[in-house]
Design a protein around this ligand. Sequence first.
Ligand code: 5GP
Length: 201
Amino acid sequence: MNKGRLIVFSAPSGCGKGTMLAEILKDPAFRCSISATTRAPRVGEVDGVNYHFLQKEDFLARVEKGEFLEHAEYVGNCYGTLLSEVDPYLDKGINVILEIEVQGAMKVKEIRPDALFIFIVPPSIAELRRRLNKRGTEQADVIEKRVSEAAGEISKAPNYDYVIVNDALEDAVSDFFAVIRAEQLKTESRREFIDEVIKNA
Ligand code: 5GP
């Protein structure tokens, strides 16, 4: 059985990646890793579904035990990808999406260079601020912190393999599947198939 593909999916918060992911995950060939975080749950967020919500001591103890593929600090909180959320699924042939910020993504690039790196950008910073305000889950000062963090993150987009603009949701989702299809058709991914064709000639 072919192994699944590890997909790193980064976007500043408010880019609409949650809505994009909800559409992508309707396809059972994809799974989103559930990250661990020390941030407090937002209204409606459920432990073990949106995140594994951990106390900081517990998070750091698990870092020490080597349970994380990567971890990073973001706006004062720790976030990390547990190995148990990734490898067992890749082994089953499922594509695992890591919805993580840029520092974590760059760590994954060092450890798993075969992963696929996709960056989602908003049509503009003004639109990003509008979406964050509309979401209404954060105080004004936190929104401004996230907006300035976003501008810094967008400057890292050239380190990714693909950049998708999330303006109209449907177009962004269809761009995602176009990227996946293009990757499946790459020569490296077709080697076994080509060998098989030649063998049976
Ligand atoms: P939020 O607090 O809005 O849920 O997430 C804040 C940021 O943390 C987002 O950019 C999100 O992609 C990132 N994030 C979520 N999980 C992880 C993780 O496991 N590792 C890293 N490095 N970043 C994460």
